[in-house]
Design a protein around this ligand. Sequence first.
Ligand SMILES: [Zn+2]
Length: 419
Amino acid sequence: MERAGIDLNGVRYRWPSRPVVVVCIDGGDPAYFERGVRDGVVPNVARFLEKGFGTVADGDVPSFTCPNNMSIATGSPQSVHGISGNFYLDRETGEAVVMTGPELLRSPTIMSEFSRHGARVASVTAKDKLRRQLGKDMDLSRGSANFSAECADERAPEKTGVEDALALTGMPKPDIYSPELSLFVLEAGIKLLEQRRPDILYLSLTDYVQHKYAPGEPEADRYYRAMDDKFGRLHDLGAVVALTADHGMNDKANPDGSPRVIWLQDVLDARFGKGASTVICPITDRFVAHHGALGGFVRVYCHGRLEPEDVRRLAARLDGVEVAYDKATAVERFDLPPDREGDVVVISRADTCIGAAQADHDLSGLAGHRLRTHGGISEAKVPFILNYPLRAEYAARAAAGRLESHQIFDFAINGTELG
Ligand SMILES: [Zn+2]
């Protein structure tokens, strides 16, 4: 008997007839797959593209990890799920608020909704910061699981749905700054598929490698070859495999290797005085060594009598800025939650990033590497790849216009033609 599916954020998801695995390749700029296919580094992805479906889709701006993961996981834009960065400024308290708490997420995830309707689901993430939002209201009672590679050695089965994640994968606990952190997530997905055969599986990786290495560099190739091997194993286990990314990645360094940065807080302080504005870099999290908290999108909050329009005009004229929008324009163009937006949004070009005050950014972690980072419009293109072809209705939708990455669960669950 066909089981009823679920309805979430305007989309009806049918009950999957076989496991559906969505992989979010953190920082997985389309250029890595383009280069990897050409160089024979990713044979399984090449086969998916040939036999299944592949395009480049639009991710959300700001092209950061948390917003895009939540868009993918809820099948909705930021205005619906509410997570528009890692940080926003609470105007009441004047404090920067971390946006990783489940209480800030305004929509259930597709996984949690399926779990509450009797499905077995799993989400595995590289960094723990996403885990609680992805697992919000998830029912773990039927073999569902929700854990991170970062905390793989924590034994908390009542919270994670697994007794021992290290034993499950047979891998040692990976370092937070390593390709293995992501490979651990994929291996956990393979083992869960073998042992529990969940209906829905979401695997979210980390962008450590992409922040450090450009497409075609040996370390990037090694990582993509290892990932590709695991994508092939997921396919061989009979799953629908969907690959996308939360954001792309661009080189933002000068010819001499130093980061090409606009220190926006310093510019605003010099022009309008200290304390007149606050620049928030919503890329910030606890692990910033690989990007120094520098990204392509910042929020500016104006205090006292400072006019947002004066800030916007000044920022728009700076070399390296792609656009500066007032709040209303940014909210409309990028479908953002208005209550969590700044007075002005400043977005840099592909070759430049934006910081707050130079003194507040620790760049020692870049250690001789060129800065590669993300956050702007130029990093919002992502892969959208399925290992099976699309049914006619979905093929027509794909042909009619650009897809958005938050449609990937819809296409993977409802849109594939299973041979
Ligand atoms: Zn990311």
